[in-house]
Design a protein around this ligand. Structure first.
Ligand code: 0A1
Ligand code: ZN
Length: 880
């Protein structure tokens, strides 16, 4: 909780730590109400610092004893502030012995040491270690850790920490101990412990080098039937990092622990990754294809952090994207390589583009916009954002696009050669990429320093006589809070040219043969013209292939050109994109028509194009599904100056209803053709079929007759996996029919599976016929609690973020609900509350009647006391 007025921290104010830490010996006497932490730490003055004041951070802990170099410090020898402990003019060499007390069972923030379902877990990133002991809790202080854990043996039979187990044994009074040592230097944010009643799936795994390592996945009893996929994903990750980047696991033991109460997805603590159960537990009965894909991605992500984040870490939290952007890029490439096919790769890429448009572009255009490397923050936890993660990954991807895969690998190798066991900056990564390839990447820095989504505008000119085709690209970037007058970015724009036959043309730029059917144009100026030569006919340009840069592309495509691309583009991302453009133009017109009360109509050309893709058996089912999903209401809203969420919803529903009616026979045929009989497998092919089949089902249930209802009901009852069962239930909910009986039976079947109960709440929260009164009623359900982040997210976030037509109810009732629950959550868990607070980011774009009510709700939250820095930062930026 905020005790003094929130302070803004600036990147430019960075100073090196006054002391460096060599060793940390931690002793824990674990007790839920009263845990004693003994911390013996050796430090020396940092030659790079002018200060002799030794500053330690600490929060929500009680100091019991403090000795320096063997002597107890008198109160006058140190200063205990609300968040720091300072020893002024400390000696050059210091050994501190610090004893503190904390109460893990009272810690509802899930940061620091806390209790979940009766067991102990930690979360130290970003600044949780200071809630465990006094320490220079900053990532540029790296040290070696030894950890002694002591706890009741019956209640906490498993005692884990980072690195290797040195010894374990029994103690008096039914207690036991385990001693762990981490051989690598690490920042405090990577510390972890677990003291719990758990069981594990384990195996020894042989690295490419022949070394054997022990892999473990720890879960609560009863969940051992759900660990296979996480274990398989871990082994795949280890192999992939060896093969793609030459990076080997550096420990003899690697552990994953699943915990039910967790703020984020997972955490890369050295050798002891702690995961939200959502990204570990899966079997066909309880997990969907999306869950399986999420597990693979997150297991990969945390494992890859071992090199990108742990071995080479961040100098300060402004550099967060150094590890996160890079590691997201690595997990994206891992998932793509696991599918293996070019079309599978494209499907993963399209998904990434959708996430950017759904979440990152709005962030970049809103009050919380910040550069990939922010310049300031109040609360660092608010900066674990889609910009730092996903846009950061796009920035890393652009290096690969500019340098090629091999060039990128050279850059990675140099980065590790230079910076292993160091805490560095985004600039160091860029320098490694540039130096390894002899390239000037100075201008590329602007991707780190300038916020906002660049807009690239293209215009073209074909000269039939000269057989030249000029593409003129210009760029601009909108102002963002605190940043005006942006300078040009270095943008790779991948371009191909299609002939009338739909084939890629051979490319030459200014007379030079490109040697590929896609050319990467490097746009560096405000405006540049690129000339393709020997162009024998007027081409249709396919611009920004594979989404080669995180920008908005403006080009005055005609419908005919888009239809051509939608039918023929060899670049699957742009093929999909052409379909999205066709749909978006119509959705915007329909939205305007709804607002004006005009009659709505959808042209046959569009329907025909949709039909052609739907039935095109040469295309992967997964691609066909993506091509048929219309832009979301959120993405449509981003295209509008003044957002009318009700008109958008009505327009999109009209379009879906029309497609469903016009394509009914084809949809039914695809529903039947894409069944996946036999045992469930989460592979991309099967998942793609299920995706297409269930999309067809959702369409068929828009205006269902009894046959369609029966179909869904049968799938719901007979499904052999959660993907099909949940899809059927969701389709039934969205049909608007009375589905109370199905909802109840689903709940009864899965009441014991927390992650499935989350789905049950989430499906209802996001259904357009769930209004705020219904959400309030659902909150009365005995299974609902605000204390568990997954559960809170399942209902509240899905309602506030994924159900726009109800969230923006005209009477403002949902805004009141939002304010009430941001405040309620804040008292428990500021990080989760601050995420919910972000639902109002785009309030200024709404029609005045809604805007006024949204502002009132924001002001209500801003006035609440006490309020965390987390929520205060979000709402005050929204109101600024
Ligand atoms: N580094 C983790 C994300 C993470 C960040 C903060 C957390 O607690 C406040 C927990 C996890 C990752 O990128 O996976
Ligand atoms: Zn990460």
């Amino acid at each position: 909780m905020r005790t003094d007025s929130p302070q803004t921290i600036f990147r430019k104010d960075y100073t090196p730590p006054s002391y460096l830490v060599h060793t940390v010996e931690l002793g824990f006497d674990l007790d839920p109400a009263r845990t004693i932490v003994a911390n013996r730490v050796t430090l020396s003055r940092n030659p790079a610092s002018k200060s002799k004041d030794l500053v330690l951070h600490g929060e929500e802990i009680d100091l019991v004893a403090l000795r320096m170099n063997g002597k107890t410090l008198a109160p006058g020898q140190y200063v205990l502030g609300s968040h720091t402990l300072t020893i002024p003019k400390a000696p050059a060499e210091v050994t501190l012995e610090i004893e503190t007390l904390c109460a893990p069972e009272l810690n509802t923030t899930l940061s620091g040491l806390y209790v979940s379902n009766g067991s102990f877990y930690t979360q130290c990133e970003a600044e949780g270690f200071r809630r465990i002991t006094y320490f220079p809790d900053r990532p540029d202080v790296m040290a070696k850790y030894t950890v002694m854990l002591r706890a009741d043996k019956q209640r906490y039979p498993v005692l884990l920490s980072n690195g290797n187990l040195l010894e374990q044994g029994d103690l008096d009074g039914g207690r036991h101990y385990a001693k762990w040592e981490d051989p690598f230097k690490k920042p405090s944010y990577l510390f972890a412990l677990v003291a719990a009643r758990l069981v594990c799936q384990e195996e020894t795994y042989t690295l490419k080098s022949g070394r054997e390592v022990l892999l473990q996945v720890w879960v609560e009893e009863g969940n051992l039937d759900k660990t296979d996929y996480a274990m398989q994903s871990l082994k795949n990750s280890i192999r992939w990092d060896e093969e793609r980047f030459g990076l080997e696991l550096d420990l003899d033991r690697f552990m994953i622990v699943a915990v039910g109460d967790f703020n984020m997805g997972a955490m890369e603590n050295k050798g002891l990754n702690i995961f939200n159960t959502k990204f570990v537990l899966a079997n066909p009965r309880v997990a969907t294809d999306i869950d399986y894909a999420g597990i693979e991605a997150v297991v990969g992500h945390e494992y890859f952090h071992n090199w990108t984040g742990n071995r080479v870490t961040c100098r300060d939290w402004f550099q967060l994207s150094l590890k996160e952007g890079l590691t997201v890029f690595r997990d994206q490439e891992f998932s793509a390589d696991m599918i293996g096919t070019a079309s599978g790769r494209a499907v993963t890429r399209i998904d990434q583009v959708r996430t950017l448009r759904q979440a990152q572009f709005p962030e970049d255009a809103g009050p919380m916009a910040h550069p990939v490397r922010p310049d300031s923050f109040v609360e660092i936890n608010n900066f674990y954002t889609v910009t730092v993660y996903e846009k950061g990954a796009e920035v890393v991807r652009m290096y690969q696009t500019l340098l090629g895969r091999e060039g990128f690998r050279k850059g990675m190798d140099l980065y590790f050669q230079r910076h292993d066991e160091q805490a560095v900056q985004c600039d160091d990564f860029r320098a490694a990429m540039a130096d390894a390839n002899g390239r000037d990447l100075a201008q590329f820095e602007r991707w780190y320093s300038q916020a906002g989504t660049p807009v690239v505008t293209a215009s073209t000119r074909y000269d039939a006589a000269a057989q030249t085709y000029d593409i003129t690209l210009s760029q601009r970037c909108p102002d963002t809070p605190g940043q005006t007058g942006k300078l040009p970015f270095h943008i790779p724009v991948a371009v191909g040219l299609l002939g009338a036959d739909g084939k890629d043309m051979a490319l030459a730029l200014d007379g030079e043969v490109v040697g590929a059917t896609t050319a990467v144009l490097e746009l560096k100026e405000a405006e540049q013209t690129f000339r393709f030569t020997s162009v024998r006919e007027q081409p249709v340009p396919s611009i920004l292939r594979d989404f080669s840069a995180p920008v908005v592309l403006e080009y005055p495509y005609t419908d005919a050109e888009l239809l051509h691309l939608f039918r023929y583009d060899s670049d699957a991302v742009n093929r999909w994109e052409a379909g999205q453009r066709l749909a978006m133009a119509r959705l915007l017109k329909l939205t305007a028509a709804v607002a004006q009360g005009a009659t709505l109509a959808l042209d046959d050309t569009f329907i025909a194009a949709q039909r052609a893709v739907l039935v095109d058996e040469t295309l992967d089912a997964a691609f066909r599904e993506l091509a048929l999903v219309l832009p979301s209401e959120t993405i449509i809203a981003e295209q509008m100056e003044v957002v009318d969420p009700h008109a958008i919803h009505a327009a999109r529903q009209f379009m879906r209803r029309t497609i469903a009616r016009e394509l009914a026979p084809e949809l039914l045929a695809q529903y039947q053709a894409n069944q996946t009989p036999g045992p469930y497998s989460p592979d991309a092919q099967s998942a793609g079929k299920r995706g297409l089949k269930n999309l067809a089902l959702a369409y068929l249930l828009i205006d269902p007759g009894s046959a369609e209802l029966k179909l869904a009901q049968r799938q719901f009852e007979q499904a052999t996996n959660m993907t099909d069962r949940a899809a059927a239930l969701s389709a039934l909910i969205h049909s608007g029919e009375d589905v109370r009986a199905s909802l109840q039976s689903f709940y009864d079947d899965f009441a014991g599976e927390a992650l499935v109960v989350d789905k049950w709440f989430a499906m209802q929260g996001a259904a357009p016929n769930t209004d705020v009164a219904a959400v309030r009623k659902l909150m009365q359900h005995p299974a609902f609690t605000l204390k568990n982040p997954n559960r809170a997210r399942s209902l509240l976030f899905s309602f506030c973020n994924a159900n726009p037509s109800q969230f923006h109810a005209k009477d403002g009732s949902a805004y009141d609900f939002w304010a009430e629950h941001v405040i309620a959550l804040d008292a428990l868990n500021p990080q989760v509350a601050a995420r919910l607070a972000r639902s109002m980011d785009r309030w200024r774009r709404y029609a005045p009647a809604l805007q006024d009510q949204m502002r009132a709700a924001l002001e209500r939250v801003a006035r609440a006391a006490p309020l965390s820095n987390d929520v205060m930062e979000v709402v005050s930026k929204a109101l600024a």
